[in-house]
Design a protein around this ligand. Sequence first.
Ligand code: NOJ
Length: 761
Amino acid sequence: MLRNLMYVVALLPLAAFTQPRTQLANPKMEASVSELMKKMTLEEKIGQLNLPASGDITTGTANSSNVAEQIKQGKVGGLFNIKTAAKIREVQKIAVEQSRLKIPLIFGMDVIHGYKTVFPVPLALSASWDLALIEKSARIAAQEASADGICWTFSPMVDIARDPRWGRVVEGSGEDPYLGSQIAAAMIKGYQGDDLSSNNTILACVKHFALYGAAEAGRDYNTTDMSRIRMYNEYLPPYKAAVDAGAGSVMSSFNEVDGIPAAANRWLMTDLLRKQWGFKGFVVTDYTAISEMISHGMGDLKQVSQLALKAGIDMDMVADGFLNTLKKPLEEGKITVAEIDAACRRILEAKYCLGLFDDPYRYCDPQRAGKEVFTTENRQVARQTAAQTFVLLKNDNQLLPIQGKNKIALVGPLADNGENMTGTWSVAADFANSVSLLDGLKTALGDNADLLYAKGSNVVDDSALDARVSIFGKPTRWDKRSPKEMIDEAVAISPNWSLVVAAVGESAEMTGESSSRSDIGLPGNQQALLEALLATGKPVVMVLFTGRPLTIAWENEHVPAILNVWFGGTEAGNAIADVLMGKVNPSGKLSMTFPRSMGQIPIYYNHKNTGRPLAQGKWFQKFRSNYLDIPNDPLYPFGYGLSYTTFDYKNLQLSGRELNSARKLKVSVEVSNTGNYDGAEVVQLYIRDLVGSITRPVKELKGFQKIFLKKGETKTVEFTLTEKELRFYNSQLQFVSEPGDFQVFVGSSSEKWLQGNFTLK
Ligand code: NOJ
């Protein structure tokens, strides 16, 4: 039944979106930029649109580098992934002393989960469901990066991802648009603070706009294609949330959207981003995305550069397309000076907002780095944060935390590997300082600890694959011994253990860019290692290092305790020890579903019901939507995560049965800590819209609260639902709520809840 009544909130093109805080109308800035632009030649304007590779600047002296000449000629707008205040000062000096108009450069970097103090990878951070902590991690990242010369970060990545084969799921916040939006806003706030011109805040760049996470078959850079309904309701919200939170820049994605690569997609960059969402910052392409459009089949470099500018791209990362080809289409009348001016103005405005015109060395204070980077306090926050991101997947017979005196055998290819703890994109990390699990446990257990160690297996068996996944300064230290020899060595020490901790999983670079996997099980010989360890009859705790959901159904069936620790950053080893030893009670919850098997992918909790849903409690029914050989349900659902204690939910109360645009609904539940430890719990609220003018998901997250309960304590947790939370984009792409019946679920995961009902009038 279609609804004939609905709250039409906004016809999209007319939508009144909040103006980004960084880009509020600023007449002084406009006048100053206009003044400068009057003096600029066409070449100098195009130069501002150019973000070349840093080339030999990273290794050599700035002045003799290959880009120095271009900087002097005013052909460079900014540079990225070079570091240290001293080096950046040296390069900035060329721009402000040797170029005609002395326009400062903007310096960017992929600071995506901390700078030198590395925080857990973004997917892990999202599993903390702790917005304040996530914001703080971004704040510290900004503080450290800005102390080292950086004023612009290519973060947050907010791409919704439902296919764990895609390696870049590690860089985002998982599968949910609501959680993803909240995190996007928190990170923007953390990076940009309240005042972008302050020397310890940096410009954020939300990426990859748009739909990059929907790459077909989970293969990086692959084609995406989806309906507008799915786009608006499921994939776009986090980008929009970041724009609403004031993100000063946006990065275009590599993929196509509706058959047009994002970097040439005018609908995306101009109609949606600027006209509908009111974005006032600048758009940079991803790395060589303009020249890559030649391979997409969009024309030669001149043609694709012209398309990109027309679409609304302001800055060309590395392709040299804008720099070298824009003049010709201008002469031919295919682009206009006004379009070049608009792009140039946006980049100059960003520099203005960062305070670079007042002081181009604002982020190059040589004293700051020594005092503000990699401080004891920052490392302490990183350690606390990491512990909040770990997800306890299984804990039979309360094997964890480790009780009393144990002789612990630490076995596994990731036990003694500090470098890999930092995860992908840890550009500024000092690997020598990151704490391995072996070191963390040694410190926790003290000098007299009974701690034995054996590697047990390599991460992967194939040495060629190993070379591909042990890059960027993160070696896996491939052991040439046969798998059997390594297992034998590990098992040989078994008479001396009372407990084994198996540090297994992926290497850091098995996720990240260009790191898609076709089989997301535990790699190499690691399952065989676990089998051998279990065969000794000693209790085994599996500590899982991963940047994506893995298919670990076998492990779940056989290993009594599994703690998923992702890649926890600089302090990973200490944080894992904190949790294993019970100093911290784990409270992370999955932000991405763990499938049982590869065949279930894509699998996500907020799916549609279909016309032939499987009956509750069944796993196969003929002519229903299911598989012959596996159940539909995942191994671990979205929102799932155990604690050392137990939480009991009762007494779900709704303040009424009806809700309307004026009347809110209060939803409350009593949560009790019924176990033996103090602990934190993420209380989650989902809704289901039972009848709609378009089909609606079986569940949608609409609220969450992370609470702390002492042992034996009970708290009443209250949520407020308004008509706003019930809105969605209908088939005319109007953002509406539709009167009718809803279900509300409050619980500890997307699959464990208490249920109530209400009606939107
Ligand atoms: C390519 C990646 O896709 C993007 O995320 C990153 O920011 C740029 N390279 C710059 O390093």
